[in-house]
Ligand binder design. Structure first.
Ligand code: AMP
Length: 187
């Protein structure tokens, strides 16, 4: 089963993705974590990506597509996975749809974590104080929210046509939301 967590920055994709992946025994693929690790290690890809990440902009598809291909090709991702943070653009969605399609697989569920914007900003500012992420600054947060609306939110309509989008209200405790997610995917 392939599940995509979709939602604005700060909507809880990372937290819920981790819980869901553990409960379903699926690998979780998180492009943000992979990019942050690459940036920390100072690889050429990481150095290139960091310039965009710190500004709250998307890393260009030219850089990210090969990373997604590599992740989808891994043995542990052959039967299913939880995708956190990608696809984030129409071009990435096309790659994911095509790659799974060639394997006679498809995305089964899209979970849209729906959180009001004031709450998103509050959570990201709290996270900035705790984790010190270099893109949790007020300027980068503003850009990330705009980029989500412009580039990623249109994917909702793309997948809604297939009837696989479940809107999950992001208010409530972590456990309440996790339970609701399991309910909507029937697991
Ligand atoms: P996230 O941890 O998912 O909020 O991602 C943090 C940052 O990593 C984003 O603001 C982007 O700069 C970059 N990033 C993560 N995933 C992607 C992706 N699929 N496409 C482009 N940029 C990404």
């Amino acid at each position: 089963m392939f599940i995509l967590l979709l939602g604005a920055p700060g909507s809880g994709k990372g937290t819920q993705g981790k819980i869901l992946a553990e409960r379903l025994s699926l690998p979780k693929i998180t492009t943000g974590d992979l990019l942050r690790a690459a940036a920390r290690d100072g690889t050429p890809l990481g150095r290139e990506a960091k310039k965009f990440m710190d500004d709250g902009k998307l890393v260009p598809d030219s850089v990210i597509l090969s990373m997604i291909k590599e992740e989808l090709a891994k043995p542990e991702a052959q039967q299913g996975a939880v995708f956190d943070g990608f696809p984030r653009t129409a071009v990435q969605a096309e790659l994911v749809d095509r790659t799974l399609g060639e394997r006679t697989q498809r995305l089964n569920h899209i979970l849209l974590l729906d959180v009001p914007e004031e709450e998103l900003v509050r959570r990201m500012m709290a996270r900035a104080a705790q984790e010190g992420r270099s893109d949790d600054t007020p300027e980068a947060i503003k850009t990330r929210l705009q980029v989500y609306q412009r580039d990623t939110a249109p994917l909702i309509a793309h997948y809604a046509e297939r009837g696989i989008v479940h809107r999950v209200p992001g208010n409530g405790t972590v456990e309440q939301i996790a339970t609701e997610i399991q309910r909507v995917i029937g697991r």
